[in-house]
Write a protein that binds this ligand. Structure first.
Ligand code: NDP
Length: 787
């Protein structure tokens, strides 16, 4: 008996190594050298850099560094393939995606082993998670291909898409990007990460075996410089990037004003919140998955463990006990929990962070795990005694390092969780569903998992808020990112700005009393600078004066808009009432507004006013009808995709249709719960200044709409640079759009640079879902059910 007890106590795991020979055979078939995959064939290999197995440092293959010419020829090939790919029916495109999904499944072990030796992640994870999920993405999108035209009406494929992916989930990130792009009718040039290109190359070869037409998918290998060539190339229509916030910012800057669509999936510092009523043992397993899955090299890793003070001591000891049982070792061993980090550079980066953590006063705890003698291995690590200001609580380590902090109330938990520049994901553990959902609604993150973590599915969107980027991957939300509204092609060169450039607006020194003021925080206020500008009518007469807004006016307006954030919390029905009231009050003054427009433009304003009333009415109706959806998630989970307001909006109005365009941009933004700082038309600002009274008499809470008149080219950059502005829409000329997108890099604002000269009176173009979609960001909330 004793012997058996002892045996159980000492039970050692034997090695359970996966056979890696199929992957090595495939590499040998290629003589361990690879060119790029362009126009359906390999280019002559360059032997420029090596792909290594991080578990033992051995060289797996030599790869080619993509040059400017390589990127150019890949983009040409994608461009050439575009029209024939788009001329296929959705059903035919779906067949290719379906065949690719089957091909991934048929070769799943080969993919899993190749990924494991190239990246260092455990075979258990590549086999059970990365590869099946990659296949799932192709199946899911094979189904979207025939549906996309009907389900996303009024949209068309974006065109040629450049895609850049990181090294942590090489095949899965490829699937997340390539499957929706092809399903939506685009062609692709993808650059995998320098450390982990091999599964992308295998994928290219196998997709060709499925008959995928040449040029539809092109893979160019290389480092960040190759990525930069792809970003800077003029002939792509969209860039989709997953990687660090730092590089994401560079890409935002490089593409600013180019008219290219852009989605950024960036870093995170995700909170993992454990309340005192949580099922502690499940939560401990959640922690293991949250931070030690994939060696912590996960963008949404739950790297900040926030535990309610009353259970913190017990919980910490449970986590430590569990850490002691984690096994780190050969990634090919089916019984290990953590494999190798991707590269010695990443290992040193993590070691550096741990040293900083200790220097700043954190207490480091590591279990005594046996690490292999060679290779890039690091033990599971827990830090306590960490403050919010510490580097480890703020910076993304991208490794197996967890910080534990405590909170007392759920208010404090929410504040701590949101105390980061990122907003990718969060995990909440509580047996009280009311509490969990309440906290979920307050978290500023794109994904929230309740009593679970790291749940992904092709049918559900994934992506961040704030500096974790914008755009979604997966589900209907992700598909939108690969389509473009027909009306929303490049901003129009002949945009309205030309109109006001020609006009002369003499600075006036007349008494300030006759000047229309600004509208900030629900009050009419004088412009800070005390200057005004004359408003000249159609026939050249002076119609009046408006304030010349400056930097300070914009700052005050943003502050007012930020303090009005309660607007996002009130019910949609209440917001609808306010918009209906606005419509009613505008209608009551329609004669006056029509006259104002007529004196500015020389055209009767009656129709424009009526259209503006209808538009307000229409968005009042939309308030409680632009709904989220419930995704078809894996069994036992409900995934709620909830459109949420983005925050403070900057809106730069076009010149023409001064009233209607202003209303068309303003009303979807406020209907969805955002607050707004708006710069109206320069040529016809009186339509906006007269609108103050409509706002003031329609129960619009102070600060929800703020209007600053003046020069758009001076005021728009201030809005774009302001860190409390979360999104900016500009219906103006290309040059101003360029400036705005460049300056919005600081806090990675969501920007929409669109045509000013659209036909605002046409309700198919001037209003609708496209506006509402852009006025919201989707939070995917995962709620498990069952025992
Ligand atoms: P990087 O941003 O360094 O690299 C990502 C990709 O961009 C790589 O292919 C890289 O090439 C390339 N690249 C680097 N510099 C440039 C440049 N100037 N222009 C264009 N492309 C460039 O990130 P990592 O690969 O280090 O990945 C880790 C980061 O990715 C983490 O911050 C993580 O949070 C984030 N991530 C986010 C995810 C999400 O969905 N939100 C998912 C996975 C990771 P090279 O390989 O040569 O470096």
């Amino acid at each position: 008996m004793t012997d058996i007890e002892e045996l159980f106590d000492e039970l050692e795991y034997g090695p359970a190594l996966e056979d890696a020979s199929p992957a090595y055979d495939w590499l040998r078939q290629h003589k361990n050298v690879f060119g790029h995959w362009i126009a359906g064939k390999w280019t002559t290999p360059g032997r420029d850099f090596k792909s290594k197995n991080p578990a033992d440092g051995s060289i797996l293959a030599e790869l080619s560094q993509g040059t400017k010419d390589d990127v150019d020829s890949a983009i040409c090939s994608a461009r050439l393939a575009l029209s024939s790919w788009q001329s296929l029916s959705g059903y035919q495109r779906g067949q290719y995606l379906y065949a690719i999904a089957r091909q991934i499944q048929k070769n799943s072990r080969l993919f899993a082993v190749l990924e494991t030796i190239d990246n260092g992640k455990p075979i258990r994870e590549t086999r059970d998670i990365d590869v099946p999920l990659a296949a799932r993405h192709f199946y899911h999108h094979a189904g979207w291909a025939p549906l996309v035209d009907k389900e996303l009406p009024g949209s068309q494929p974006v065109g040629v898409v450049g895609q850049i992916i990181p090294w942590n989930f090489p095949l899965l990130m490829l699937a997340w990007k390539v499957a929706p792009a092809l399903a939506a009718g685009n062609t692709v040039v993808l650059k995998p990460a320098e450390y982990t290109s091999l599964t992308a190359l295998l994928f290219a070869e196998l997709s060709y075996q499925c008959g995928l037409p040449k040029g539809v998918l092109n893979i160019v290998t290389g480092d960040g410089e190759t990525g930069r060539f792809l970003v800077e190339h003029r002939a792509t229509d969209k860039l989709a990037f997953t990687g660090s916030t730092e590089v994401g910012r560079e890409i935002r800057k490089a593409t600013a004003g180019s008219g290219k669509a852009l989605t950024l999936e960036l870093g995170g510092k995700s909170p993992f919140i454990v309340f005192s009523d949580a099922d502690m043992d499940s939560a401990v397993e959640g922690v293991v998955d949250g931070i030690w899955f994939n060696q912590g090299e996960v963008c949404c890793a739950g790297s900040r463990l926030l535990v309610q003070e009353s259970i913190a001591e017990v919980f910490e000891s449970k986590v430590k006990r569990r850490m002691a049982t984690l096994r780190v070792g050969s990634p090919l061993d089916k019984a290990i929990d953590m494999g190798a980090l991707v590269d010695p550079i990443q290992l040193r980066r993590i070691q550096r962070y741990v040293e900083i953590g200790k220097t700043e006063g954190g207490i480091c705890w590591q279990s005594e795990v046996d690490l292999p003698e060679e290779g890039c291995f690091f033990p599971p690590t827990l830090f306590t005694g960490v403050h919010s200001s510490h580097t480890l609580a703020r910076e993304e380590v991208f490794g197996p390092v967890l910080v534990l902090m405590t909170f007392r109330t759920h208010e404090e938990a929410t504040l701590l969780a949101n105390n980061t520049r990122y907003g990718l994901a969060a995990s909440i553990w509580s047996e009280n569903i009311n509490l969990a959902l309440d906290v979920a609604s307050r978290l500023e993150t794109g994904v929230v998992w309740i009593n679970s973590t790291n749940q992904f599915d092709a049918a559900s969107g994934f992506g961040g808020y704030r500096e974790s980027g914008f755009g979604r991957e997966g589900g209907l939300e992700g598909l939108w990112a690969y389509r473009r509204a027909k009306e929303d092609l490049l901003p129009d060169e002949k945009s309205s700005s030309r109109l006001f450039e020609k006009k002369q607006y003499p600075k006036s020194s007349k008494t300030l009393d006759r000047t229309r003021k600004m509208y900030i925080g629900g009050k009419q206020v004088r412009p800070d600078g005390g200057y005004s500008r004359s408003v000249i009518g159609y026939s050249g007469e002076l119609l009046g004066e408006v304030g010349e807004g400056n930097r300070k006016d914009i700052r005050n307006a943003v502050e007012a808009a930020k303090s009005a954030s309660r607007w996002s919390k009130i019910g949609a029905h209440e917001r609808a009432q306010v918009l209906y009231f606005l419509a009613e009050n505008l209608e009551a003054r329609s004669e006056e507004f029509a006259k104002c427009l007529a004196t500015s433009t020389g055209i009767s304003g009656q129709q424009e006013v009526q259209s503006s009333v209808r538009r307000l009415f229409s968005y009042a109706s939309w308030c409680d009808k632009f709904e989220g959806i419930v995704h078809q998630a894996p069994a036992g989970q409900i995934v709620l995709a909830l459109p949420e307001p983005i925050g403070v909006f900057g809106i730069i109005c076009p010149e023409e249709s001064a009233l209607l365009a202003m209303v068309s941009l303003l009303s979807p933004a406020i209907a969805m719960g955002n607050t707004v700082v708006l710069v109206p038309s320069e040529g016809c600002p009186l339509a906006a200044t007269d609108f103050y009274q409509v706002l003031a008499t329609s129960d619009v809470p102070a600060g929800v709409v703020n209007i600053v008149t003046g020069s758009k080219s001076s005021l728009a950059p201030v809005l774009a640079e302001h860190d409390d502005v979360d999104a900016i829409w500009c219906a103006e000329h290309v040059e101003l759009g360029q400036i705005i997108e460049k300056l919005s890099v600081g806090n990675l604002k969501q920007t929409w640079i669109t045509k000013g000269s659209r036909n605002w009176a046409d309700s198919n173009i001037g209003e609708g879902r496209e506006f509402l979609r852009r006025a919201t960001q989707v939070k995917n909330l995962w709620v498990p059910y069952g025992e």
